[in-house]
Design a protein around this ligand. Structure first.
Ligand SMILES: Cc1cc2nc3c(=O)[nH]c(=O)nc-3n(C[C@H](O)[C@H](O)[C@H](O)COP(=O)(O)OP(=O)(O)OC[C@H]3O[C@@H](n4cnc5c(N)ncnc54)[C@H](O)[C@@H]3O)c2cc1C
Length: 448
C-alpha cells in the first residue's frame, strides 16, 4: 500500500531513507533546513554533506564496517552507490571526493518523482497528513526540534554530548597481570578486570597522558564538558593524584591473592553484548588515535591491546535508544514515529546511512534483521544496550552476535562475515511480508 511519509533531515540517513521509500512507491516529503538555516559544521546546501573526513572506512569484511557496507550494497544502498561514483584511491579504505559524493546524492534525490524536497527547518514532531514520521536530523539537530524531541521522549530521553571510552579486545590482554574483582567485592566477582599500577608506573602514565596529542574542540563544542564526565587527560591535568582519587581509585580493589592495595588501578568492564571486549572505565578522551594506542598500552596487561573502538568526546545529539526505541528504530511511545541515523546512537557516516536504509525497510516489514548481521547488530545496540550506560557506537564485532564460537580470529571473522552475508541475501530474496499485527516477530526469528 502506498504511504505518505515525512522525513526530517536530508543527511546520510534521511537521504537514504527517503530514496528507498520512494523506490518502493511511497510518497515522501523530505525536509532539509540547509541552506535556509545552517548547522555549525555543514558548509553547503548539498544533501548528505560529509562534515569532516572523506572516508567510509575499511572495505575488508574482516572489519565490521566493511561487512556493513557489503550488506548495505546487497540491499541496494543509494548512499554507497553514490560513494562508488565519487570514490578516490585510498588503499583498503573507501574514501570519496566529498563534493562529488554530496552532489551525486542531491541529484539522486532530485531525480525521484516520489520525493518532494522542502528546504525549511522543522520545529515540531507534527506528522501533518503523513502516515509516518522519520526523524533523521543527526548530531547537530537544530535547537527547536531538539526541544520538541525532548518533550516527546520525556525524562532521560535525549542527550547532546557523548563521552566514549576506548574498548579493547579480551584476547589481546595479558591476564597474568590482571585480576577479577568488583570494588569492595560487590557484584558477581567477574564484572570487572583490574590493572594494578605501582607508583612509578602510575607517574609515567600520568606524564604520558599530559603530553598526549589531543583532537581540538570545535567552537560549538567548547561548553560541553561536565564535571561528572571529564576527559581522562583533563582530570590528570588537575594534579598528580587526581586520577587516583577518581576513576583510578585503588580503594576496595586490593589484590585478591596478596591482599596488597596497588598505588592506582585501571578498571575494565565487560561490554554488555559480548564477553570478547572490555571498556576502560572512566577513560573518555580527546586523545588522537595514535596517542590513545601509545598511552593505553602503558597500562600493565594492556601492552598488546587491540582496540575495537577508540575513545572520543564530542557534541552529538542522541536518544537513549534502549529506553525509547525498538530494534527497528520505532519509538516505543508512538508506532508511527521512527528515528534514523546518528540520532539513534549509532556513530559514523556508514552506520547512519545504514539506519536510513533499515528504517525504510522496517516501515514495511517490522521484522528486525538477525543480530548476527552487521545491519541487525545496529538495532541490537540501539534497543538492547544498557540504558544506564548508553553511548553512541560505530559498528564493531562486539555488537554482532557471535554464531561461530571459539575458532582462530581470522577464520572466525571470515565465517561470521559469510554467515551474515548469506542471511542478508536470504532476507533480500525472501521479501518477507509484514507481521500481521505490525509488530516485530518472535525471538526465534530474530536469532535465526
Ligand atoms: C563536527 C563533526 C565531525 C564528524 N566527523 C565525522 C567523520 O569524520 N566520520 C564519520 O563517519 N562521522 C563523523 N561525524 C558524524 C557524522 O556527522 C555522522 O556520522 C553523519 O553525518 C550522521 O548522519 P545523519 O544523517 O544522522 O546526520 P547528518 O548527516 O548530520 O544529517 C542531518 C541533516 O538534518 C538537517 N537538520 C538538522 N535539524 C533540522 C531541522 N530541525 N529541520 C530540518 N533539517 C534539519 C541538517 O542540516 C543535516 O543536513 C561527525 C560529526 C560532527 C558533528
Amino acid at each position: 500500500m502506498t504511504r505518505k511519509i515525512k522525513v526530517i533531515g536530508a543527511g546520510l540517513a534521511g537521504s537514504e531513507c527517503a530514496f528507498q521509500l520512494a523506490r518502493k512507491g511511497h510518497h515522501v516529503d523530505l525536509f532539509e533546513m540547509r541552506p535556509v538555516k545552517m548547522t555549525p559544521a555543514h558548509q553547503s546546501a548539498d544533501l548528505a554533506e560529509l562534515v569532516c573526513s572523506n572516508s567510509f572506512r575499511s572495505s575488508a569484511t574482516a572489519n565490521a564496517v566493511g561487512l556493513l557496507k557489503e550488506e548495505m550494497a546487497l540491499l541496494g544502498s543509494m548512499v554507497l552507490r553514490c560513494g562508488e561514483e565519487a570514490r578516490v584511491p585510498a588503499g583498503d579504505a573507501f574514501a570519496v571526493d566529498r563534493e562529488r559524493f554530496a552532489a551525486a546524492v542531491t541529484a539522486a534525490i532530485a531525480s525521484e518523482p516520489n520525493i518532494t524536497l522542502h528546504r525549511e527547518e522543522v520545529t515540531s514532531l507534527d506528522r501533518g497528513d503523513a502516515d509516518y514520521l522519520v526523524v533523521a536530523t543527526g548530531p547537530l539537530t537544530s535547537q527547536p526540534l531538539f526541544d520538541a524531541i525532548n518533550d516527546f521522549l520525556g525524562r532521560d530521553g535525549l542527550y547532546f554530548y557523548d563521552a566514549i571510552a576506548p574498548i579493547v579486545a579480551a584476547d589481546s590482554l595479558d591476564m597474568t597481570k590482571l585480576y577479577w574483582k568488583s570494588r569492595y567485592g560487590k557484584g558477581s566477582g567477574t564484572d570487572y578486570l583490574n590493572a594494578p599500577m605501582t607508583q612509578a608506573e602510575y607517574e609515567a602514565f600520568i606524564a604520558a597522558l599530559l603530553s598526549a596529542e589531543l583532537y581540538p574542540l570545535h567552537d560549538f563544542e567548547q561548553a560541553v564538558h561536565f564535571e561528572g564526565c571529564l576527559p581522562v587527560e583533563e582530570i590528570a591535568s588537575r594534579g598528580i593524584d587526581t586520577l587516583r582519587f577518581g576513576p583510578m581509585k585503588p580503594v576496595g580493589l586490593e589484590h585478591p591473592v596478596t591482599g596488597e592495595r596497588p598505588h592506582a588501578v585501571v578498571q575494565l568492564r565487560k561490554e554488555d553484548l559480548s564477553d570478547e571486549f572490555f571498556n576502560l572505565v572512566g577513560f573518555q578522551t580527546k586523545m588522537k588515535i595514535g596517542a590513545q594506542q601509545r598511552v593505553i598500552r602503558m597500562i600493565p596487561g594492556l601492552e598488546n591491546a587491540t582496540f575495537a573502538r577508540f575513545g572520543s568526546m564530542h557534541r552529538n545529539t542522541f536518544i537513549n535508544g534502549p529506553r525509547h526505541l525498538t530494534p527497528t528504530f520505532r519509538a516505543n511511545s508512538d508506532d508511527r514515529v521512527f528515528f534514523a541515523g546518528q540520532i539513534t546512537g549509532v556513530e559514523g557516516y556508514v552506520e547512519s546511512a545504514a539506519v536510513g536504509l533499515l528504517v525504510a525497510r522496517y516501515l514495511e516489514d517490522p521484522t528486525p534483521l538477525p543480530y548476527h548481521t552487521a545491519l541487525g547488530a545496529l538495532g541490537r545496540h540501539v534497543a538492547e544496550s544498557s540504558p544506564d550506560r548508553y553511548q553512541p557506537s560505530n559498528v564493531t564485532w562486539g555488537l554482532i552476535e557471535d554464531k561461530v564460537g571459539r575458532v582462530k580470529k581470522i577464520e572466525k571473522r571470515d565465517r561470521q562475515a559469510k554467515l551474515a552475508l548469506n542471511t542478508v541475501r536470504e532476507v533480500r530474496s525472501a521479501g518477507v511480508p509484514p507481521a500481521a499485527d505490525g509488530r516485530p516477530r518472535p525471538e526465534e526469528i530474530l536469532r535465526s
